[in-house]
Design a protein around this ligand. Structure first.
Ligand code: PEP
Ligand code: MG
Length: 589
């Protein structure tokens, strides 16, 4: 069977499916035969612990018979042969993890309860849910993160998930997991960006894959053909294996890879890398990036460990990045999180003043990036201090995300100045650090001339700029077809920002996903951009494509494109002009 989705990271891989159902917080995966006994023991331990807890609660509520009865019922259920013995049977027969077996039993129970006519009995479903929740909680003992859960995978796997948040993706052992597919998501969803950085094939927007794929089933993920193949034929498997072989790094010489990019008529195009983790530095260097054009520092907040990164840990990370990339510059974007992401971190380990989530809000869109940092001066200043202290170890640039006004930039710069003054007063040397902003909200694009007076550089973030310009949620698969980088409004905004930067003589680069599509990259060069930052895996291809085109011809192409009214016409014009190029050269395996 073939499931069609959106390929967000090219390549083909095969493996046994591990299924992650995030919404129910239950991971389903196949266990090795020798792990069955261990899994049954976990189930039994969970039963014993749950019994102890229930007996304890029962004793405490003894004076209230109506409550005590509820726990008597749960204690009886705990010994029901249809519950734990049935779950054990599922573990044995299907060789799946205990959490999943318990979840399956719960589903069986739910069906029965839903069919019962008696409303009193139907409501007992809530009690089963409560008990199952307790069993699951007790199963979690000693299991910290998905990485722990995925630790004992017996062979190469592929991950099938309803959704894969960057924080979960950051915890997966990608040496074992060869690719992933998700029900949710669209092309520029962050997880897709992550897939490209990790260089694993990925297909998103599959809707029901996580329900249709069985744990342990052999699956092919074909990010190039936008599909997931279930139970492939031996021929399809052999083809997938061959493609996986071809994915091994090419033998291009070091000197060749390090050569800066330039067009056929000799215009230097600067290619930097977007990274999420310090470990990605190696990939950036290997790909021949001149610097780091975007370090998404918020990954410090969302990756694995329980601790919020304090100033010292941040300092070490920034220093490592700067030293690792020297003499190339590193642009660190200050935290770009929204309230929810920040609150979920702070609630685990509250900072003073304790974060109080605002319950009544509808959308959480607005308070994000620099806007949120300005409401959390302690957190923001700690990050700025760590950055300014690290600055003497390399070429640092500080960049603010999600900026929509001159006021915000002034406030943020004033905080940078305050922090610098404090450090100098402490006797520390603080070099001058360029401070720039991301242009990713239409308001910023329209006031680029005003913002250009306030900052040292611009970076155009087309991932967000497109979504806010076209009113398309970039993570919503249903409207992903309307998310159109070639929309005339998007192209005009880019030109507007480029002009404002040029008038003020400040550098402007573009770091959205758009840049890693070779066809769009050439058009962007035609629009006058000469600096880009992209996922490291896209850099070698970009270099090859740029070497084949002339900048003067691209300018003429861009002039024609700017006069066209529809995306179709623009695409056609691009295709014709670049016809002699194989646009996806090197991208497809
Ligand atoms: C962007 O918006 O284009 C961008 C690069 O930032 P992010 O994708 O991290 O929002
Ligand atoms: Mg953005």
């Amino acid at each position: 069977m073939r499931l069609k989705g959106i390929g967000v990271s090219p390549g083909v891989v095969a493996g046994r499916a591990v299924v992650l159902i995030q919404r129910a917080h239950v991971l389903r995966y196949q266990i090795a035969p020798h792990r069955v006994e261990q899994e049954l023991r976990r189930l039994e331990d969970s039963r014993v612990r749950s019994r102890e807890q229930l007996v304890d609660i029962r004793t405490r509520v003894a004076a209230r018979p109506e409550l005590a009865l509820l726990f008597d019922a749960q204690l009886l259920m705990l010994d029901d042969p249809m519950l734990l013995p049935r779950a054990a049977d599922i573990v044995r027969r299907q060789r799946v993890n205990a959490e999943w077996a318990v979840q399956q039993v719960f589903q069986e129970f739910s069906v029965v309860f839903d069919e019962v006519a008696d409303p009193y009995l139907r409501e007992r479903k809530g009690d089963v849910a409560d008990l199952v929740g307790r069993l699951r909680m007790n199963l979690r003992q000693g299991v910290e993160t998905p990485r722990d859960l995925l630790r004992d995978l017996e062979e190469a796997s592929v991950l099938i998930a309803d959704e894969l948040t960057p924080s979960i993706a950051a915890q997966v052992d990608w040496t074992k997991v060869r690719g992933f597919a998700t029900d949710a998501g669209s092309r520029t969803y962050h997880t897709a960006i992550l897939a490209r950085s990790l260089d694993v094939p990925a297909v998103v927007g599959l809707h029901h894959a996580s329900r249709r794929v069985q744990a342990g089933q052999i699956v092919i993920i074909d990010g190039t053909a936008n599909e997931v193949v279930l139970d492939p034929t031996p021929e399809e498997l052999a083809r997938a294996e061959r493609c996986a072989e071809d994915r091994r790094p090419s033998a291009a010489g070091d000197a060749e890879r390090r050569r800066p990019a330039s067009t056929a008529d000799g215009v230097h195009i600067r290619l930097d890398a977007n990274i999420e983790f310090p470990d990605d530095l190696a990939a950036a260097r290997y790909a021949g990036a001149e610097g780091i054009g975007l370090y998404r520092s918020e990954f410090l907040l969302t990756s694995g460990t329980d601790e919020l990164p304090d100033e010292e840990r941040q300092y070490e990370t920034y220093r490592r990045l700067l030293e690792g990339m020297a003499p190339g510059p590193v642009t660190v974007r200050t935290f770009d999180v929204d309230e929810d992401q920040l609150a979920s971190r702070l609630m685990r380990r509250p900072l003073a003043p304790v974060w109080e989530p605002y319950e009544d809000r509808g959308s959480h869109q607005g308070l994000r990036g620099l806007r949120l940092s300005l409401t959390r001066p302690e957190l923001f200043k700690a990050q700025l201090r760590a950055l300014l202290r690290a600055a003497r170890h390399g070429e640092l640039r500080i960049m603010f995300p999600f900026v929509s006004s001159v006021e915000q930039v002034r406030k943020a710069r004033a905080m940078v100045a305050d922090v610098a003054a404090e450090l100098i007063a402490r006797g520390e040397a603080v070099p001058r650090v360029p401070v720039g902003v991301m242009i990713e909200i239409p308001a910023a694009a329209y006031t680029a001339d005003l913002l250009a007076r306030e900052v040292d550089f611009f970076t155009i973030g087309t991932n967000d700029l497109i979504q806010y310009c076209l009113a398309i949620d970039r993570a919503d698969a249903r409207v992903s077809r309307l998310y159109e980088p070639l929309h005339p409004a998007v192209l005009r905004m880019i030109v507007m920002v480029r002009r404002a930067a040029r008038r003020r003589r400040i550098p402007v680069s573009l770091c959205g996903e758009m840049a890693s599509d070779p066809a769009l990259l050439t058009l962007l060069v035609g629009l006058g951009l000469v600096e880009f930052s992209m996922t490291p895996g896209a850099i070698p291809v970009a270099k090859q494509v740029l070497a084949d085109v002339r900048e003067d011809e691209l300018r003429a192409l861009a002039r024609r494109v700017l006069g066209l009214g529809t995306v179709d016409d623009i695409e056609r014009e691009l295709q014709t002009a670049l016809g002699r190029l194989t646009l996806n050269k090197g991208v497809t395996p």
